[in-house]
Design a protein around this ligand. Structure first.
Ligand code: SIN
Length: 284
């Protein structure tokens, strides 16, 4: 794809690209925004290094993609800016919440279109994030599997990973402060296992191990082997990219066709990121 105003450098063969030549702290013209939007659709996740983004500017960049989303459960928000989440791990914490392949907030009836993560404080090593291309994950399934999945929905909610006393956390202090009363009251969302991207028209797998509970009409035990197969397939290394953060880097990803995984390999060091999330529509 040719872009007129930016330089787009892929970081892997599957997805992910660094965008050079855009200073997001300044107002950009519409042509540049159109290029950035096209690069986002083409690459699923795009990165800008060395950006000087105030909270307001971070929100303004997010708003170029659509109205901003307020997380229904996570309480670690900036008080005057409910749309801005703080994703932080201090040197004494071992658990990093969200440290599982996931698609942001897929348990919502209308899950977010995309997320914009900005690096504020980084460990001296580690703390990278990985993404995987869920178009490729779908397209490389057999015709038989595509035919089976094409008619199926899955329930998305707060799986055991997220429960207060769930096995994941084993009494460790948690980094993300979740409103567990709201978790208990939440109705699962039902989404197609294969969704069609509303802008590109391409089909993508839409299940993830953090929030997908089971396939509609099947028990959890019956669903598990199918879902486990899909997760293993979707996270094949050749479908992924991995980004090494630097201070002031911004990553913008498309939750409609990519899953991501923050890597928790920096215990003893601090990491602090800011996330703005963009509202999406009901998957079809
Ligand atoms: C997230 O899951 O939104 C955050 C990813 C990260 O901290 O790298």
């Amino acid at each position: 794809m040719a872009y007129k105003s930016i330089d787009v450098q892929p970081i892997s063969g599957a997805l992910g690209a660094e965008i050079l030549g855009a200073d997001l702290s300044k107002d950009l013209d519409n042509e540049t925004w159109d290029d950035i939007h096209q690069a986002f659709l083409d690459n699923l996740v795009v990165f800008f290094r060395g950006q000087d983004l105030s909270i307001e500017r971070h929100k303004a960049v997010g708003a170029r993609f659509g109205p901003l989303h307020v997380h229904p459960l996570v309480k670690t928000r900036i008080p005057e800016h409910p749309e801005v989440l703080v994703i932080e791990k201090s040197p004494d914490e071992k658990v990093a919440d969200g440290n599982i392949w996931h698609t942001d907030v897929s348990f919502a009836q209308e899950p977010p279109l995309g997320s914009l993560l900005y690096a504020e404080v980084l460990p001296p090593y580690g703390g990278d994030t990985m993404w995987t291309n869920m178009y490729l994950a779908y397209e490389t399934l057999s015709d038989g599997m595509k035919a089976v999945l094409g008619g199926l929905n899955a329930l998305h909610g707060m799986t055991s990973y997220w429960q207060k006393d769930g096995p994941r956390h084993g009494g460790q202090k948690r980094t993300v402060n979740i409103d567990f009363d709201k978790v208990a009251a939440m109705e699962p969302a039902i989404h197609p296992i294969v969704r069609t991207h509303p802008e590109t028209g391409r089909k993508a797998l839409y299940v993830n191990p953090a929030f997908t509970m089971h396939i509609e009409g099947m028990t959890e035990d019956e669903s598990k082997p199918i879902l486990d197969y899909l997760y293993k397939h979707a996270t094949r290394p050749e479908f992924t990219c991995r980004f090494r953060w630097s201070p002031g880097a911004l990553g913008i990803w498309d939750n409609r066709c990519a899953m991501h995984l923050p890597i928790n390999d920096y215990t003893g060091h601090a990491r602090r990121m800011r996330r703005v999330t963009v509202q999406g529509d009901r998957p079809h």
